[in-house]
Design a protein around this ligand. Structure first.
Ligand code: FNR
Length: 383
């Protein structure tokens, strides 16, 4: 009863604690967890702790600017809300609420292929088309239709995620039943738990319908359970994808194309040589290859390999504005955040995500001032 309150949330950890109280366990574990022993997930976060910023003095920081330009779009802060599947189950019409908050903060919102709200709903209800994240599906005709829908909705940036060749098991999701069919008693237990989380039940289950995957209408039955959706993902995500398939994307997409999941300099060079507009240094937030290094650890080698010839962004473990400045200082043009906005959405809907993005923006400005970085256009002072 006397747990954390939204207006008292100061850090991402605070939003996380509030999300844990509001969400049924199965959903909290789905957001919070990583693959296997979660080693890479932990490394993503700890890599930021191991990297120091340098305090600089006697620099005029009376006017600090945090904005950056990306793909012809002005961002007020170098931050993008990363694609998070199923986010519409964290709060009523969750992707729409988060996209509205991102718009207010001047940060792009990237919609997942496996979102609850459709591309069209988010584009019209948030008042701005999102970036669109794509998983390669075996059925290329259906993919061409999906790309046409995203283009018609006004999306200009396509983020192709390449590190889900096969879904990696997450122990927490197996235990909770997120990714397997539940037995009769387990189903009853889950229903009771849903009822105990009455705030979430009223918001999402009662007022947040429909719960179908908006972009997958026509391929997945409307009443598909979580387990059905995972089954569909296992059967339909295309593990044959190679660099040659980028030609298909270029044929069906006129805007910028960003490749997400680059973790070494060889792949970064290949991305540049294949004419991609940007890359995201990412290990899927430690949800795919466990045992790999932290995204932040891979960033310097990748920046050294491709320099300014392609837009380099990163995600994984970014938990504060301080982390954003660290990553930008190391050569990233912008960071993506996944779990932080998902926690904030579960904690407080649109208001929660707004509050969290405002906190990030304020922290970025403060740290810029204290580290002597009046703007991100100027060459950042190396740490
Ligand atoms: C993700 N991520 C993800 N990525 C993607 O390309 N498509 C998707 O549908 C999803 N879904 C998804 C769900 C959840 C619950 C999480 C936490 C993450 C990965 C996401 O875009 C991003 O790469 C990571 O979340 C970044 O790490 P942090 O910020 O969560 O540490």
């Amino acid at each position: 009863m006397f747990g954390p309150r939204l207006d008292a949330c100061a850090s991402v950890d605070d939003f996380r604690a509030l999300a844990a109280r509001r969400l049924p366990r199965v959903l909290f574990d789905y957001v919070d967890g990583g693959s296997y022993a979660e080693e890479t997930l932990r490394r993503n976060v700890s890599a930021f702790r191991d990297h120091d910023l340098t305090q600089r003095i006697m620099v005029d920081v009376s006017s600090v600017a945090s904005g950056v330009e990306l793909f012809g779009q002005s961002l007020q802060i170098p931050l993008i809300c990363a694609p998070v599947g199923f986010a519409g189950m964290l709060a009523r019409r969750g992707e729409v609420q988060a996209a509205r908050a991102a718009r207010a903060a001047g940060a792009p919102f990237c919609l997942s292929t496996v979102s609850i709200c459709s591309i069209e709903e988010v584009a019209s209800e948030a008042g701005e088309p999102p970036w669109f994240q794509l998983y390669m599906i075996r059925d290329r005709d259906w993919m061409a239709q999906l790309l046409a829908r995203a283009g018609a909705a006004g999306c200009r940036v396509l983020v192709l995620t390449a590190d889900l060749q096969t879904p990696a098991p997450r122990y927490r999701d197996i235990r909770s039943g997120m990714t397997r069919q539940l037995g009769f008693m387990e189903n009853i237990k889950r229903s009771f738990e849903g009822l105990r989380k009455y705030g979430w039940t009223y918001d999402v289950i009662v007022r947040g319908r429909p719960h179908a995957f908006g972009n997958l209408a026509g391929v997945l039955p409307p009443a598909a359970s979580f387990a059905d959706a995972w089954e569909w993902i296992r059967n339909n995500f295309d593990p044959t994808v190679t660099w040659a398939d980028l030609e298909f994307i270029r044929r069906h997409w006129r805007g910028a194309v960003v490749l997400k999941g680059v973790m070494c300099s060889d792949d970064a060079r290949l991305a540049r040589d294949h004419g991609l507009d940007g890359i995201v240094v990412s290990n899927h937030g430690g949800r795919q290859l466990d045992g790999g290094r932290a995204s932040l650890s891979a960033l310097p080698e990748i920046v050294a390999a491709v320099g300014d010839t392609i837009v380099v962004m990163m995600d994984g473990g970014v938990r504060s504005g301080i982390h954003v400045v660290k990553a930008v200082n190391m050569g990233a043009r912008a960071c993506l955040i996944g779990r932080p906005w998902a926690y904030a959405l579960a904690a407080g809907g649109e208001a929660g995500v707004r509050q969290m993005l405002c906190a990030f923006a304020a922290e970025i400005r403060t740290v810029q001032a204290l580290a002597g970085i009046p703007n991100f256009g100027a060459k950042a002072i190396q740490t």
